[in-house]
Design a protein around this ligand. Structure first.
Ligand SMILES: C[S@@+](CC[C@H](N)C(=O)[O-])C[C@H]1O[C@@H](n2cnc3c(N)ncnc32)[C@H](O)[C@@H]1O
Length: 241
């Protein structure tokens, strides 16, 4: 299995635990993150068979058809040409091999109480990611991207995260510490780019935190796609997601 953009190894641990027999090749671009990933896997999935490579996904040193499966989680949304990446990764898959792609879509964020300021703060994150060459709305595009890259049997499944006060672990772990933290992290860039005033930004973030208080609700959708590298014979059915 080839994991692209493994970062600090959060998904690598899950992959190794879920498939202890698998030989995993994990690729990342940052040596520092790779070192953290290595330590994380050693601590949380001892005995996992992982080889580590520091490389760009567009310049991977592997022969054609080397892998049975490719896994890319939260990577495509950072690429300026995700279609070219999917085509390049298809070369590395054996005929009949499969690919899993997971990405979010910030357009799926809906919440209560609603707030134009909170929506504007989220929009800043979307625009900044776009200016950096990425796409924070890519989840909805996984099906056409994989199809256009030549994959067969493309199946996409949405995974909804919904948090209200009856789910305090999700309110804390997702609404506060994942989504709002991610939006908050672009404050300086958003203000420097003149996308919002500091007062409006701070009100937007305050309003987002209100969705994590009693009476507030927050919804977000991730998209998980599974597809097959054609083996020559037409594939008509989708693999199980
Ligand atoms: C948001 S992180 C996701 C990390 C990990 N997949 C996870 O889900 O925890 C995105 C990762 O994609 C990597 N990445 C972005 N562009 C890349 C490229 N062209 N080649 C290889 N890795 C890339 C980044 O270095 C980063 O580690």
């Amino acid at each position: 299995m080839l994991e692209i953009g493994c970062g600090v190894g959060g998904q690598t641990v899950h992959l190794a635990r879920a498939s202890p027999e698998a030989h995993i090749t994990a690729v990342g671009r940052s040596p520092e993150s790779l070192a953290q990933a290595r330590a994380r896997v050693a601590a949380h999935a001892p005995g996992a068979r992982v080889e580590w490579y520091c490389a760009d996904l567009f310049e991977l040193p592997f022969p054609d058809a080397r892998f049975d499966h490719v896994f890319a989680c939260f990577v495509l949304e950072h690429l300026s040409d995700p279609g070219r990446a999917l085509t390049a990764l298809r070369r590395l898959l054996r005929p009949g091999g499969t690919i899993t792609v997971i990405d979010g879509d910030h357009g799926s964020a809906v919440f209560h109480p609603d707030s134009a300021y909170a929506r504007a703060a989220i929009e800043c994150q979307i625009r900044l990611q776009s200016a950096a060459g990425g796409n924070a709305l890519i989840g909805r595009q996984l099906h056409p991207l994989l199809t256009q890259a030549g994959y067969d049997g493309v199946g996409v499944r949405p995974y909804t995260v919904y948090a209200d006060q009856t789910r305090p672990a999700l309110v804390d772990g997702f609404t506060r510490h994942t989504f709002i933290a991610m939006v908050e992290s672009v404050r300086n860039d958003a203000l420097a780019a003149g996308l919002m005033t500091a007062d409006d930004w701070d009100r937007g973030i305050r309003d987002l935190y209100r969705t994590a208080q009693a009476g507030g609700t927050f919804h977000y959708t991730f998209f998980k796609a599974l597809a097959v590298n054609p083996s020559g014979a037409a594939t008509t059915s989708s693999p199980a997601l």
